[in-house]
Design a protein around this ligand. Sequence first.
Ligand SMILES: [Zn+2]
Length: 159
Amino acid sequence: MDLSSSIANKGAVVGILENSTEGKDLKMARGHERHHSHHGLSIYGKELIRRCGAHCEMCDAQGVKLHIFEVPPIPTEADLGHCIMICQTCLDQIEHPKKTDPHHWRCLTRSMWSTVPAVKVTALAMLQRISRKEDWATELLEQSYLEPEESEWMEELEL
Ligand SMILES: [Zn+2]
């Protein structure tokens, strides 16, 4: 019996399995994200936590898990200025328009005035989505004020 060759074979089999699993994960991750966001955004984690005081930057929830969301259009290079820190509920509804619960987004009354442009434009984009069905959202949009560069961003931003 040639032990070394059987070990070598096992190694090869394990290698193939690992490769195929990786391939599957990659596909799943890609299919999952509507926007092709960058990996490794966690380097901004500390800074973002400080900025938002560990509260969701959309709905102000605290004591919940927060996620980094890259506000489209996604820049070629990862950019802290395009990142917001939001809770699972906000993230789910931003990424899945069908799940949008207008009641949850009453929080935009506050976040639409954020001094962080990425938060502000995301809040306004969500108001635009909700205003198709809710008059209160239209009224808030009418009160909004945008700096010129925020207006440009809004024109390219679709949620
Ligand atoms: Zn939230």
